[in-house]
Design a protein around this ligand. Structure first.
Ligand code: UTP
Length: 235
């Protein structure tokens, strides 16, 4: 069985909008979890999102007349800044470079250290990057840490009737996301591109609440936490 697990950390978990500050304690706590999890049985690739700083810079660039591709490129730079904070927190456990293409990612993986990265190219999200990294590394699992404790039948922040899904196939989750988009117009918990990539390579995905770093430790230890999205059994 593959040793590799890819962890996506939502950018919103690294920057608290209400307090307008970086979550330094939380980044350090994530790093501790990763240090303990990595070893003989597990290799880690961590992909971090851009969060509020990325959106601030993207909005500013857009207002100044930047093309959408350039806005994305600026967003990617923000994700890489976040990746660097994680590398610093991991110290010698981390590969000391943020891969900016797949060749660099392969080189980083071969180091045997924890690989930390942000975005790759315009037109996608870091969810898609994590899915591609999972494919490339033959990962056994992708974990997505976000600020809700799994995938719901609707947006739990706005719909009190939303129910948590414990386990479902990729097809079922894509249908839920599509339905949510039509109703709410903005339920963007997961990038469908990432789901399609994981589906085609039959890599399971666990969506968990990353506001408590210990949840990541549980997911990496194989505990049934959050929502499990699995390839179809008969496929
Ligand atoms: P993300 O959208 O992936 O991070 O990247 P986020 O906003 O923090 O989302 P969560 O919370 O992690 O889910 C920030 C921006 O960087 C650009 C896009 O503009 C994106 O909105 N980006 C990121 C790319 O263009 N390509 C990438 O590969 C990654």
């Amino acid at each position: 069985m593959s040793k590799t697990v890819v962890v996506k950390i939502g950018g919103h978990l690294l920057y608290e909008i209400a307090q307008e500050k970086l979550q330094i304690r939380r980044i350090a706590d994530y790093a501790e979890v990763f240090k303990h999890a990595t070893g003989k049985k597990t290799s880690l690739i961590i992909v971090v999102g851009g969060g509020a700083p990325a959106r601030t810079y993207i909005d500013a660039a857009r207002n100044l007349g930047a093309s959408e591709a350039l806005c994305d490129q600026i967003g990617i730079l923000a994700t890489r800044l976040n990746a660097w904070l994680m590398i610093v927190a991991l110290g010698e456990h981390a590969y000391p470079h943020v891969p900016s293409n797949l060749q660099e990612l392969l080189n980083a993986i071969s180091s045997g250290r924890v690989v930390v990265m942000g975005g790759l190219q315009p037109g996608q999200s870091t969810d898609a990057v994590a899915a591609i990294a999972a494919e490339l590394s033959g990962a056994r699992l992708m974990v997505k840490a976000t600020d809700v404790d799994g995938i719901y039948t609707a947006d739990p922040k706005t719909n009190p009737e939303a129910e948590k899904i414990e386990e479902a196939s990729y097809e079922e989750i894509l249908e839920v996301l599509w339905r949510g988009r039509i109703e709410a117009g903005k339920y963007a918990l997961l990038d469908p591109v990432a789901l399609r990539i994981l589906e085609r390579s039959r890599i399971p995905l666990r969506v968990i609440d990353g506001t408590n770093p210990q949840n990541l430790a549980k997911a990496l230890a194989g505990q049934p936490i959050g929502t499990l999205v699995r390839p179809d059994r008969e496929a």
